[in-house]
Design a protein around this ligand. Sequence first.
Ligand code: NAD
Length: 471
Amino acid sequence: MQEFSRLYIGGEWTVPSSDERIEVVNAFSEEVMGRVPAGGAADVDRAVAAARAAFAGWSATPLDERLGALGRIAEGIMARNDELARSVVGEVGTPSMIAPMFQTGLAAVVFGDNATLAPEIEMEATVGGTLTVKEPIGVVGAITPWNFPLVQIAVKVAPALAMGCTVIVKPSEYAPLTAFMLAEIVHEAGVPPGVFNLVSGAGPSAGEALVAHPDVDMVSFTGSTATGRRISAVAASTVKKVTLELGGKSPLIVLDGAPLADAVAAAVQGCYINCGQMCTASTRLLVPETQRDEAAAAATAIAESLAVGDPAAPDTVVGPLVNARQRDRVREYIQSGIDEGATLVTGGVEPPDGLERGYFIRPTVFADVTMDMRIAREEIFGPVLSILTYTDTDDAVRIANDTDYGLAAMVFGEPDEAMAVARRLRAGWLVVNGADQSFTAPYGGYKQSGLGKELGVAGLEEYLEQKAIHV
Ligand code: NAD
């Protein structure tokens, strides 16, 4: 049992304003594995005051000292990587095969990358006779989801601290445990009091209090598009900057002549990783009409071969979903696909054999999906792959772009042709022929997938204001 009864505010573990607690449930055993405070507006007020008080000193701290702290945080994460990963395996259900790398080790990489990139930013320049000066934006509220709980905090806290901002983190109530461990790591790293603060709590209470707070200069949010809309509306009352990393419905286009087996394998892997609870999941597989049967057979063969089960077991590829609410939502989407006339080729609403306990969903593949179906338009956030067919390349691009989202897209094909298609897609993160992805490139969605960028130099610059001094 991981119990945290205090909130990290102003460099100390402080008593929360109420005794209310949030229970963290293990996705596999369905048992309570931890408890954290259900913080509220009074706790947010204290955290914002601490962050405001620390801002003058931290923003004036030399860059290399701030980046030194980032380096120590990265080391601290790696020193506790196994323990952090175990937490995420429990609270999210991510298989232990990938958790130490993609869930927690990646957070250390993000702190390191931000420390490396920050000196590249030109903080002052002369334009005509005018001096332009970039400055930290101020106090930042960071609100994060449960699917990659530590990484999502890292991609906000690392650039904010590097640029001289102070932060209040409000982690997801479903997977808050690694945020508490990160606060311990930040403390050990010698980050001055008030620079990093942690208030756990529910979205509508602690989260919204942070967004509405007049002394918060910027909100960096990652989560669902529905919550992003609400956050934008609440933030508007105090005209603060908001960056949003939201949902997706990402296509993977297999161009005519591309190696179908490789492309389908990439689609299935990209759709089922973290049990489909990934914003960039490749959930719409677009294949030429003539390859519908072959694609469906290949996807089915892979889906049925994957080891589904206890995420702590070393060979598990697909674990449970995070909680009962999410499982029921995904089941409802699978039923809607059946009701709307898609062909269920494997998977379905029943739990996998022998896995009645734990929030499991069978790896599911639908064929004959069309863009008027909910499973093609809405983010499911579970292991459900939809296969759609197209007539020619223009049709493929049209279908791929026919979505309110624009987070990511993947293309397989002859390199020049695939590149040309990638340029035509209205999305922020493109992967051609399964290329390795760089976490120092700017990341962020088009359309209703978000506003602003994370990662890379662009991600750091989100935490800056710019003034012009005419002399
Ligand atoms: P969510 O929107 O339900 O919650 C995210 C966070 O917002 C949580 O901390 C929650 O407590 C808080 N919140 C909820 N209501 C709030 C309110 N009214 N005011 C302030 N804060 C509030 O999202 P989730 O279910 O935790 O995460 C899944 C979603 O996140 C998916 O849609 C996924 O696509 C998205 N996501 C996007 C990215 C990206 O980079 N684009 C990355 C990961 C996840």
